[in-house]
Design a protein around this ligand. Sequence first.
Ligand code: CAA
Length: 282
Amino acid sequence: MIKPIDPNSMNQTAASKPAVEKPALDRRALDRRALDRRVALVTGGIGGLGSEICRQLALAGREVVAVDLAARGERAAAFHEEVASFGGSIRFEPADVSDFDSCQQLIARIEQQHGSVDILVNAAGITRDASLRKMSPQQWHELMRVNLDGVFNMCRNVVDGMTERGFGRIVNISSVNGQTGQFGQTNYSAAKAGVHGFSMALARETARKGVTVNTVSPGYCDTPMVAAVSAEIRAQIIADIPVGRLGAPADIARAVKFLAADDAGYITGANLPVNGGYFMSF
Ligand code: CAA
């Protein structure tokens, strides 16, 4: 058994102990930290994963702007109630990520109000599941416009400001189904694989400017998107997850928060899988 240490039995008494030298307070570092109040923008911000990402970033001290479609009025009202306790550090801005002009105006508004967009999380995403033989061009294009064009539209409008200021964190939400392909998801799998290709290319372009670009690839999570899959298929999927459960939105948000941190500057062009072991690779 390990004996507890008796402080009186130690060689030096408290009185004779040399005073522990405290490192001098670095005032300039503290001032810099105060100036470093980062503004984070989360698309799909009131959705299944996005709303939890907003909460986790706010808990990490970020000023968060949740971006989502203006049309999601009821959900927006519920979201306002959910985040009321965050004392104004999470607010909502309407925009359509599939529309370049809408994104341009959004970024201009936020930069004017907050001074910058320092962290961008692209979490807006939809499914239009159908086997390819049954997939309409509309199902293909609708999905591409949100899941892939949306990432371009947002990144294109924040990248100049981030590189000029010499700091940025971009986290794009990809998917395990972009890594493996999923029956009934040629559109979604293509877009999500595309999101990671896009992120690696942009990571190279911005690496010298203090801007990192990474993806997080969630597995099947407890969200309305996954709830829409038939119960039979969902049960089969859960049976194949080594951890034995769906992911929680907080599991994903924690990974996003990690990559969005100021001191995550040496991780770029990476994909962080958060899938309960559903797909393992090296
Ligand atoms: N795997 C293998 N075979 C399948 C299958 C599957 N997942 N789904 C259907 N089939 C088979 C059927 O058994 C049937 O076979 P027979 O013709 O021999 O009877 C045939 O394919 C039917 O083909 P259909 O084109 O008619 O397919 P369907 O209309 O029945 O089903 C689908 C298509 C609704 C898309 C269905 O495949 C499905 O729900 N797939 C899963 C989609 C999915 O996982 N979506 C994830 C959404 S959540 C998400 O995307 C978040 C994330 O990032 C993880």
